[in-house]
Design a protein around this ligand. Structure first.
Ligand code: XMP
Length: 319
């Protein structure tokens, strides 16, 4: 039987005996797993931990600020905040193919991370938020369809190139146990119970070429959608929900004028394993409210559509 307070003490003890007085680097993304690792390691080894948070310019609205607030400000974790958005944007210019975008974003991440970790020459360990399902999945990755369809951005190559030892304190835990641990370590509920967010971020939610203008519009539309899902109690009833930017213009009316602006699609799914998924039957009133708010509050978007495709045959993300 599993007792959380005991488990926390045990996990802290294990980390301490494993790393001793060594320094540890962690790539903090703001997702559940790396956040829980950060909180655990901070508790276990305090100042010996340095987190690197890379802003690739493809994060959600206020995401960087929230991560810095939770970890650096509230918990007192050492976090290096790298704003690499210009660099990422530059490398994505003119690139439209989804897999190509994933590769570029993954490669840039490794490059930025390596550059930052070179500034921490005393570090001996690289911590990662690997959880038990990741361990199983990579053992059987060849047979998993999802992996054949989309190359998932991860940092698999990092420890080798950095010559660091790998520290994976969540390796034995299932997702719900990771969440429980996060709560026990004092992380905010909303951070621990977030929907998954892909490594390439908005890069695969802006169809085709990624542009700063598109990312800014999408961030705002997505924030409205998520805010309304939370307010209506639907966030917890969906497994993943987000807005997608369609770089297509359509005609609308606003006052006595005609508009010719972009389209945003809303996606919300329910799923157990993300291998298959149903589109969420959100109430029409909720969809209507989100649509009105997006169109009224964001100049540049004049049409909102709802994605009613299941997986399969559609994927959850649009790219
Ligand atoms: P799809 O779109 O394949 O997504 O139905 C299944 C789940 O995987 C996530 N996803 C990704 N996660 N890097 C990630 O870290 C990626 O490149 C990537 N592509 C899809 C997606 O958000 C969903 O949860």
């Amino acid at each position: 039987d599993w007792n959380m307070p005991d488990y926390v003490e045990e996990a802290i003890g294990r980390v301490r005996s494993e790393v001793g007085s060594d320094e540890v680097i962690l790539g903090l993304s703001g997702g559940v797993d790396s956040s829980v690792v950060a909180a655990l390691l901070h508790r276990a080894i305090g100042e010996q931990l340095t987190c690197v948070f890379v802003d690739n310019g493809l994060l959600r609205l206020n995401e960087a600020e929230q991560v810095m607030e939770t970890f650096a400000k509230n918990l007192g974790v050492k976090v290096i905040h790298v704003d690499a958005s210009t660099e990422f944007m530059k490398h994505l210019t003119g690139v439209t193919e989804p897999e190509q975008k994933r590769k570029i974003i993954g490669r840039e991440f490794v490059e930025v991370f390596q550059r930052e970790s070179a500034k921490l020459p005393n570090a001996k360990w690289l911590a990662q938020g690997t959880i038990y399902p990741d361990v199983i999945e990579s053992a059987g990755a060849k047979t998993k369809k999802a992996h054949a369809i989309k190359s998932h951005h991860n940092v698999g190559g990092l420890p080798e190139s950095l010559h660091l030892k790998l520290l994976e304190p969540l390796r034995e835990l299932f997702k719900d146990e990771v969440r429980e641990l996060g709560i026990a370590l004092g992380l905010p509920h909303d951070m621990v119970y977030r929907h998954p967010f892909p490594g390439p971020g908005l890069g695969v939610r802006i169809l085709g070429e990624v542009k700063q203008e598109y990312a800014d519009l999408l961030r705002r539309a997505d924030a409205i959608f998520i805010e309304e899902l939370r307010a209506s109690g639907w966030y917890e009833k969906t497994s993943q929900a987000f807005a997608v930017f369609l770089p297509v213009k359509s005609v609308g009316v606003m006052g006595d004028g005609r508009t010719y602006d972009y389209v945003v699609a809303l996606r919300a799914v329910q799923t157990q394993d993300f291998m298959t998924a149903h589109w969420a039957e959100l109430p029409y009133t909720l969809l209507g409210k989100v649509s009105n708010r997006i169109i009224n509050e964001i100049r540049g978007i004049n049409r909102v559509v709802y994605d009613i495709s299941g997986k399969p045959p559609a994927t959850i993300e649009w790219e």
